[in-house]
Design a protein. Structure first.
Length: 376
């Protein structure tokens, strides 16, 4: 897409800490709006405790089932004459100030961000058509792309908002980004990628987003409907029990995977390497599965395409235990089992968050868990 560029602009001349702060000083015609999306998109849910072989549940899962939790809420911020700039997708107001909440560097104080380091910004390109910003910091991670980026399209659709262009945080290694957008009817010509040279101004910059951290049922329903059902993807035979291998990943591998796989094959499991499959084939694979096993990783996101009641067996390193997939299983109605590999564990209430930690599986414990899951 070719858009005539204007002269470079200087660095921002200040910042707003929130939309509310900017709204308080903006002229009426440029005043931003923020619509809370509530209709059919909220509600509480009670998480189901995952099942393990331990006498005492891992401390991260002990809160599951105690009380109903509020699912996240969607919102849409509409910024007249808003701008998006740079690789971190900083949002600038018409009076050329940084809008602090909308940036990949949102954890940093606004005055400490990279947008101030250069004396001028890249050349500005202007668009008359509405532009939606779908870029978030971790959107090259499959889980966040599927659960946190794509559902924003449903926020727009649910509110009757039509846009012509979409800004994403693109990665050449994340082929699923373009594949999924194509399946949703968005062409390559409509997509703009974050980069050092990005500097776009739209008469209506639209930023859909979420408040709260617990994913929601409607996002899962949206993914199933738009990526599976509308494309008539149906189950195939021979993949009722699958094991997700991370042998081509750079981290969180199962060290004794050959031994693990030999044991799982006795229960009818087939090894799959998702990196070798197109998105459509991954969806079909998980639509076919009745039991899904594997180490903690992004591939587990595809459980959203499995039928309710599917058995999930997630294997953790003692140095990395996470609640995201047990929570997702609760939302989807799956039965979630977990096994923690051998090695030293951090003490209770010390977050085990070593994202690179490999896993060694105790085969006797794995066998015990499979029997507990009533697999024959």
């Amino acid at each position: 897409m070719s858009i005539p560029a204007r002269a470079k602009l200087p660095s921002p001349n200040g910042y707003y800490r929130s939309l509310k702060e900017w709204r308080a000083v903006s002229p009426r015609k440029l005043r931003p709006s923020k619509k809370q999306v509530l209709t059919n998109m909220t509600g509480s849910i009670q998480l189901t405790k995952p099942i393990g072989i331990e006498s005492t549940l891992h401390w991260l899962f002990r809160s599951f089932g105690r009380e109903s939790l509020q699912q996240r809420e969607g919102y849409i911020a509409v910024i007249p004459d808003g701008k998006v700039c740079g690789a971190y997708c900083d949002v600038l107001t018409p009076d050329h100030k940084l809008l602090a909440p909308f940036s990949f560097q949102w954890r940093l104080h606004p005055s400490k961000r990279d947008v101030w380091k250069a004396p001028s910004l890249p050349p500005l390109h202007t668009l008359d058509e509405p532009v939606a910003m779908l870029a978030i910091k971790d959107s090259s991670v499959y889980y966040h792309w599927m659960m946190d980026v794509l559902p924003r399209l449903q926020l727009l659709r649910n509110n009757g908002i039509h846009v012509q262009h979409y800004i994403i945080n693109s990665s050449s290694k994340a082929l699923f980004q373009r594949e999924s957008l194509a399946m949703l009817g968005i062409s390559p010509q409509q997509i703009m990628s974050s980069s050092d040279q990005l500097h776009i101004q739209s008469k209506s910059l639209i930023i859909p987003g979420f408040k709260g951290s617990l994913r929601d049922k409607w996002s899962c329903a949206f993914l199933r409907s738009e990526l599976m059902e509308k494309h008539s993807i149906q189950a195939i035979e021979g993949f009722e029990r699958i094991y997700i291998s991370r042998e081509e990943a750079g981290k969180r591998k199962i060290v004794n995977e050959r031994e693990v796989l030999q044991h799982l094959e006795q229960y009818g499991f087939r090894k799959v390497i998702l990196e070798r499959l197109a998105l459509r084939d991954q969806i079909q694979l998980f639509a076919s599965a009745k039991v899904i096993a594997g180490p903690h990783g992004a591939g587990m996101t595809n459980m959203v395409f499995a039928n309710p009641g599917t058995t999930i067996i997630e294997i953790f390193s003692p140095q990395l235990v996470h609640t995201c997939y047990p929570a997702l299983s609760s939302i989807l109605g799956h039965k979630h089992y977990y096994l923690i590999g051998t090695g030293t564990r951090p003490p209770d209430y010390v977050d085990p968050h070593n994202r690179k930690a490999d896993i060694t599986v105790n085969i006797s414990q794995l066998s015990q868990l499979l029997k507990q899951a009533q697999l024959k």
